[in-house]
Design a protein around this ligand. Structure first.
Ligand code: FAD
Ligand code: 2HG
Ligand code: ZN
Length: 472
């Protein structure tokens, strides 16, 4: 396999689960929310990519904050390590146990608690599925400020804990900005109620500092006019110029700017059913542009004029604007479906990088040159945010090829002052690589915060921070 679990040692400081523990959990949660069933454990132990796999013997399904608190208080006193789990859609192996950590899955905590129709402030439990929240808000005339391909399964608590980015960041900003407050439980079972008051900065801790139990989030109003254009262009320089033009000409209505290269397009066309390239002659790059505004005629005119101008300037070789919502979804499918299509190839390596926009495709080209015909290199992502998703697909996992990719990709990124963890988090995949994008001082500070909030280190061990951060 490609996961580097084999290099990690189980910490001898943690105890092992015994039958008394299980009885205690049954007492507080009820029998049916203490899961020992092998099939269900198999699913909960395995990550979305089927790349990381733990061997937990127990999954707990708390129904409320009080139960989360009781669980953690007990686990802390017994030195039982735990892994908080939301929708288990994470892409860095953060949401599954490495060894036998107890899985605390939040899926039963799925209630909307309050919605203020004037301010747009939503308060809900952490286990709410993102898409369900979006559906709920739709009836009220609002939308979620974030959207991502995993919306049908991921939880808002998981989104907040990884500070997920996604497809609308260019418009609504980072979740840090729209999450107004959280309620969280720390390792010793203390409930921190910071709901709705503070602009709390504990997002992005990936379950290593506490379990998020409730979230308060500012939601934007739903606007009546959404348009999606799908365009092709010949070279990466044109993609950058189109981005600049889109920001200038579409300004306040721009709500997504996504790109994929032709190998990503081929992958999607080959592996997903019912998709087709809306551009008749294939090209090297594709860009999806979405606008969201309040005046259909005005917005559409703007988008059409923008497209025409880009064609005249020779930046765009061809382009289409979706005629209806079905066509718009079919354009989105080509971009959002890449992760799912990759899943259907033999094996893949995944990198989630922030880089200066002008450097993004140089890395893709450099890696392609380095790997030759050993593997297929794909570049796509949130170009408007300077976020490249670099994926390499290969028939089967191969240490030699991995050795050509790492540390090359990390060093390349570090050299260009980028981040090796743009939006997916570090998880177990990149805990040891944190120094490529954070200074030793920053990592030391993160470790001391961790120590303060979780002295025994029971919360999501082996994730986010490197082993060395805890050695004297
Ligand atoms: P999980 O995978 O269950 O957990 C992720 C991490 O958060 C783990 O470390 C876990 O321990 C921790 N955690 C979960 N819930 C809690 C909680 N309540 N309290 C404390 N810690 C918790 N990510 C992006 O940023 N942008 C994208 O565009 C994007 N697109 C994706 C598309 C697909 C098809 C897939 C499969 C994934 C995508 N992701 C994306 C990655 C992933 O979906 C997001 O990171 C998502 O936010 C994870 O939510 P989850 O509920 O599934 O969390
Ligand atoms: C996306 O933007 C997700 O589609 C997943 O963040 C990226 O699969 C990936 O590498
Ligand atoms: Zn992404």
């Amino acid at each position: 396999g490609s996961a580097s679990f084999s290099q990690i040692q189980r910490s001898p400081l943690f105890s092992s689960l015994n039958s008394e523990d299980v009885s205690y959990f049954k007492e507080i949660l009820g029998d049916k929310n203490v899961i020992e069933d092998e099939e269900r454990l198999e699913t909960a132990n395995t990550d979305w990519m089927h790349k990381y796999k733990g061997s937990s013997k127990l999954m707990l399904l708390p129904k409320n904050t009080e139960e989360v608190s009781q669980i953690l208080k007990y686990c802390d006193s017994r030195s039982l390590a735990v892994v908080p789990q939301g929708g288990n859609t994470g892409l860095v192996g953060g949401s599954v146990p490495v060894f036998d950590e107890v899985i605390i899955n939040l899926s039963l905590m799925n209630k909307v608690l309050a919605f203020d129709e004037v301010s747009g402030i939503l308060v809900c439990e952490a286990g709410c599925i993102l898409e369900n929240l979006a559906t709920f808000l739709d009836t009220k005339g609002f939308i979620m400020p974030l959207d991502l391909g995993a919306k049908g399964s991921c939880h808002i608590g998981g989104n907040v804990s990884t500070n997920a980015g996604g497809l609308r960041l260019i418009r609504y900003g980072s979740l840090h900005g729209t999450v107004l407050g959280v309620e969280a439980v720390t390792a010793n079972g203390n409930v921190l109620d910071m709901l709705g008051t503070l602009r709390k900065d504990n997002t992005g801790s990936e379950g290593s500092l506490g379990i998020v139990t409730k979230v308060s989030i500012l939601t934007p109003p739903k606007l009546s006019s959404v348009n999606v254009a799908f365009i092709a262009c010949n070279d990466y320089l044109s993609c950058q110029k189109i981005l600049v033009e889109a920001k200038k000409n579409l300004g306040e209505i721009l709500s997504a700017f996504e790109f994929l290269d032709n190998s990503s397009m081929d992958l999607v066309l080959n592996h997903l059913d019912g998709v087709r390239n809306p551009i008749s002659s294939s090209d090297n790059f594709y860009i999806l542009i979405e606008t969201t505004g309040s005046d259909e005629t005005h917005d559409r005119e703007k988008l059409e004029a923008f497209l025409l101008k880009s064609l005249e300037k020779g930046l765009v070789s061809d382009g289409v604007i979706a005629q209806d919502i079905n066509q718009a979804s079919s354009f989105w499918r080509l971009r959002e479906g890449i992760t799912e299509a990759l899943q259907k190839t033999g094996a893949f390596y995944k990198y989630d990088l922030s880089l200066p926009v002008e450097e993004i495709y140089n890395l893709v080209n450099d890696l392609r040159e380095r790997l030759g015909d050993l593997a297929n290199v794909m570049g796509y992502g949130h170009l408007g945010d300077g976020n490249l998703h670099l994926n390499i697909s290969i028939a089967e996992y191969n240490e030699k090829v991995l050795g050509l990719i790492e540390p090359f990709v990390y060093e390349w990124t570090s050299k260009h002052r980028g981040s090796i963890s743009a939006e997916h988090g570090l998880g177990v995949m990149k805990a040891e690589e944190i120094f490529y994008s954070k200074s030793p001082e920053t990592v030391a500070l993160m470790a001391s915060i961790k120590k303060l909030l979780d002295p025994k280190g029971i919360l999501n061990p082996y994730k986010v921070l490197p082993h060395s951060a805890f050695s004297p």
